[in-house]
Design a protein around this ligand. Sequence first.
Ligand code: AMP
Length: 206
Amino acid sequence: QGKLLSEKFLIPQVSTGSMFRAAMQLENDLGRRAKWYIGRGELVPDGLAADIVKERIGREDCKNGFILDGFPRTVMQAKGLDKALHSMNMVIDAAINIQISEAEAIRRIANRRACGQCGSTGSPGAEACGECGCPLVQRPDDTPEVARHRLEVYLAQTQPVVDYYRAQGTLVPANGLQPIEDVFAQICRRLARMGVREAAERPEKA
Ligand code: AMP
């Protein structure tokens, strides 16, 4: 959904998980620090996640907006993001919460394969990456054991973020049990109702 929204609104998709995986592949300092947490299904410390997001959204291609994917995952991150956006003269238009059952989450994660090279998620049943043709592999944190722990972490640390955005009036719920294109259509209808506009309809930012 992040990719589809990024293509529709012509703004970058900023995925913290992808940024950490890229850093792990490069084996740089960030990658080494993140690996310990990611392999265990824990969240990386708030400061690390906040720093990479702040650096990324400060770049030129984010000046007309961006889709944050996988961030914020704690209330602390959400509050830090509000502060950072305030100083950039920006606000959050919508916080999209795609809902599925725990059993379905585990089933999808266990069946998910991602490209070992570029990291994009493979189509169901595919053996090679649709983007670069490289073999698809299971993410080390997508095993059933780690995935179950990630769900516990989600309930304890990320679920409160949903309440945070509900209280702000920006929460957009979507039913994730529908086919991908129906989830997308539902999100788009709700964003349109909230007045979130596509690039062509937005005034250029100086
Ligand atoms: P994802 O690809 O979004 O599922 O993220 C993979 C892993 O990266 C997560 O299980 C966390 O360990 C870490 N991660 C990604 N985003 C965040 C975040 N906003 N805060 C803390 N850890 C994160």
